[in-house]
Design a protein around this ligand. Structure first.
Ligand code: ADP
Ligand code: MG
Length: 698
């Protein structure tokens, strides 16, 4: 149960003063549904209103606060689009206040002729005369103090005036400060002292009442402190979940190596150093009595599948079964195709189970699985339906894990209560993100490609060169190569994107003749599969696709990829797409077509993708260029974004938080010491209730 102390922060926003039924949905949309969400809505900049010149001194372009006497109203003639002007002056000169679409009654009340008003806004010059359009503040002199000299600027949403939002934030801040008075310090006092961080309450105040520009920087002590709170809560929650997973009885699995030896002898190649190391790490984990929870991270084409297969054989050597789960039907089938000959070579019975299996065949598979005669099952999430039962599931391998939610990953163990878990990801996640998303999960990295691969030549071209590109692919096809042609998916309208892809498909068919195929997200799975099959085999030389072409789809004869509007793709996405070529021994080319003019970030991105194929380098650059939230594609991953931490700026804090979390759990696994109790409050504050429950029950 959430501590009572925190209740005020978890009230709905409309419990705050100033939030009525009109404003509540806007605040909800902007920050979130609860008071604490408003508290976490931090300013991104400040407006400095300390500049107090006379009219004669006022420098154009600067924000200034002036005291003026209202002289004369000049309303536009009815029906005119001219602005409403008010002349106001001090002893040194006249300044015109300009309002577009203003009513006379309102203006008279705001700026009564003959009276003095303090106005604050940006000084402009029009026809050599100073003016101010739509001052941010107009108040009687008695309220001059209400104009903040340093005014925080918040991310806004349409329909919510800055002044209204500010009032609401101040109400949330007041609630936060009250909670802070009663809250224990959850951070290590030595760390706080060494870093010179404020208390939580002071940090909240400093964040929402910044003293200057520096105070809104992510590197200010207050912002660092708040970010650290969030990071520590996250890391602690992940470590707790992990400790729980580990605490469940596992089983030591140490095969005799016979199946692995037979499998290795049958492979036409030797393992790379990276593959051998990863396999050793996996074998050591499986031999331990606790459960394995390991991430196998490797670029597209780095050879994860072989490693996973050999890991599955360890389970089989001990008499257990193994499962391989893929995020899509296509990938599951492709894994099945890859593994079937390997399994047959050593006499292992393998089967496929997806959502498409129905009726008698499905029942037979389920029966054989329960009897244990099927040793390896490959499938989609259909594997986790209730009626799927194993005789003894020893290892679960999950491919392309970022497509599955974290909860699914943690909940998956039900099929084999003591099964080891190996997660494969083709997204080379930067190290910092691995930490935040997987906690201190063990990691094996395949940072080396199998030998014999030719580097992919990547060329960046403006769209105007399209005719040259078409000529180039005509040559490629004539030489027996296959071509991917990727049309971008722009989120606004899937219909338009599909239309664009269809249009391109028609163009290319006219130019190249019949051997062009099309796949997009609106097609049925069976239709897509059919086209893919013809592309992998005979019949289709050029595959026009939206970004639905699945990660990992393997067509070694494809040596050319054209990506239209490459400037619209993220780095990770470009890298994933490009990974579909360069899979055979022939030289491959990637043509990135862009529509200029390019922004700075787009230019940087294309430069990075042109110069390196190293997924880990690309991922780090992606993080640098875009910020953490988008690297994984949060929409896809279902992972939460940070509210206070900015991983580009706070990466070092993440390391500290991770180490801190581990140490805390070593010393105080049940969080019962006074600091442990304080940390429980922190976990609740960041809505990690499940983690606290886990500690309790464990
Ligand atoms: P990933 O799943 O990491 O994208 P795969 O496991 O599909 O990569 O491997 C890509 C290709 O490389 C496959 O055709 C596979 O047989 C081959 N391969 C894997 N390991 C090696 C190796 N050590 N030497 C040569 N080829 C390899
Ligand atoms: Mg693969």
């Amino acid at each position: 149960m959430r501590p009572e102390l925190l209740y005020p922060l978890f009230q709905p926003v409309d419990s705050l003063k100033g939030v009525g039924s009109r404003v509540a949905p806007l605040v909800h949309k902007l920050a979130g549904p609860k008071v604490v969400d408003v508290l976490w809505h931090l300013p991104t900049g400040v407006i400095d209103r300390r500049y107090r010149p006379t009219v004669a001194e006022a420098i154009p372009g600067k924000v200034a606060t002036l005291v003026l006497t209202v002289d004369e109203h000049r309303a536009p003639p009815p029906g005119s689009r001219a602005p409403y002007r008010v002349a106001a002056s001090d002893a040194t000169g006249t300044l015109t206040l300009v309002y577009f679409r203003a009513g006379r009654d309102y203006m008279m009340k705001l700026l009564p002729p003959g009276e003095q008003r303090a106005v604050s806004g940006r000084i402009e010059v029009f026809n050599d005369l100073p003016q101010m359009a739509h001052p941010d503040h107009v108040v009687p002199l008695s309220e001059l103090a209400s104009i903040q000299t340093i005014e925080p600027v918040y991310p806004m949403t349409q329909g919510l005036a800055p002044r209204v939002l500010r009032k609401i934030v101040l109400a949330a801040l007041a609630a936060g400060l009250k909670v802070a008075q009663g809250a224990p310090e959850w951070l290590d006092p030595t760390l706080v002292a060494r870093r010179g961080w404020p208390t939580w309450g002071d940090a909240l105040r400093a964040a929402h009442e910044p003293a200057d520009d520096d105070a809104v920087s992510p590197l200010s002590p207050a912002r660092q402190r708040l970010a650290y709170d969030e990071l520590l809560a996250t890391q602690l929650a992940l470590s707790i979940a992990r400790a729980k997973m580990r605490a469940r009885p596992g089983r030591p699995r140490e095969g005799d190596g016979a199946m692995r030896a037979a499998a290795l002898a049958g492979l036409p190649f030797a393992l790379t150093r990276a593959q051998s190391t990863a396999l050793d790490e996996i074998a050591a984990d499986m031999a331990r009595p606790s459960r394995m929870l390991r991430l196998l991270q490797g670029d597209v084409g780095s050879g994860k599948t072989v490693v996973a297969w050999l890991a599955m054989l360890i389970a089989l050597e001990t008499g257990a079964q193994a499962a391989l789960m893929a995020p899509t039907e296509i990938l599951a089938r492709q894994h099945m195709e890859t593994l079937t000959p390997l399994a047959e070579a050593i006499g292992v019975r393998i089967a496929l189970l997806t959502g498409r299996d129905k009726g008698k065949p499905r029942e037979e598979t389920l029966a054989a699985l329960e009897a244990g005669t099927i040793r390896v099952i490959v499938g989609t999430h259909a594997l986790f339906q209730d009626d799927v039962r194993f005789r003894d599931l020893g290892l679960v391998v999950i491919d392309e894990q970022h497509r599955f939610g974290v909860d699914q990953r943690l909940g998956l163990s039900s099929k084999g209560p003591d099964a080891d878990v190996l997660v494969m990801t083709a997204t080379p996640i930067p190290r910092t993100l691995t930490l935040t998303h997987y906690g201190d999960m063990d990691i094996s990295r395949l940072d080396e490609k199998p030998p014999g691969r030719q580097p992919i030549e990547t060329v960046v071209l403006p769209t105007q060169r399209l005719p040259d590109v078409i000529a180039a692919i005509q040559r490629a096809i004539a030489a027996g190569n296959k071509v991917y042609w990727v049309c971008p998916l722009v989120a606004e309208s899937e219909t338009d994107d599909v239309a664009a892809a269809e249009g391109r498909y028609e163009d290319l068919r006219q130019i190249l003749g019949g051997r062009v195929g099309l796949v997009h997200g609106r097609m049925k799975a069976a239709e897509k599969d059919a086209v893919m099959e013809r592309f992998a085999g005979e019949g289709v030389d050029v595959l026009v696709a939206t970004t639905v072409i699945e990660v990992g789809v393997n067509v070694p004869a494809a040596t050319v990829m054209v990506i239209e509007h490459a400037e619209r793709f993220g780095l990770a996405q470009l890298h994933q797409l490009r990974g579909r070529i360069g899979r055979g021994s022939a030289k491959s080319t990637c043509l990135l077509l862009y529509q200029g003019p390019l922004g700075e970030i787009a230019r940087d991105r294309l430069q990075v993708i042109r110069t390196t194929e190293d997924g880990f380098v690309i991922a780090e650059e992606d993080l640098r260029l875009r910020g953490a939230g988008e690297v994984l594609g949060t929409r896809q991953s279902g992972l939460p974004n940070f509210r206070l931490a900015d991983l580009a700026a706070h990466a070092d804090l993440l390391d500290t938080a991770s180490a801190d979390a581990r140490l805390i759990l070593e010393r105080d696994p049940d969080l019962t010491t006074p600091r442990g109790q304080a940390l429980r409050v922190l976990l609740y504050l960041f809505e990690r209730d499940a983690a606290v429950r886990t500690v309790r029950s464990g």
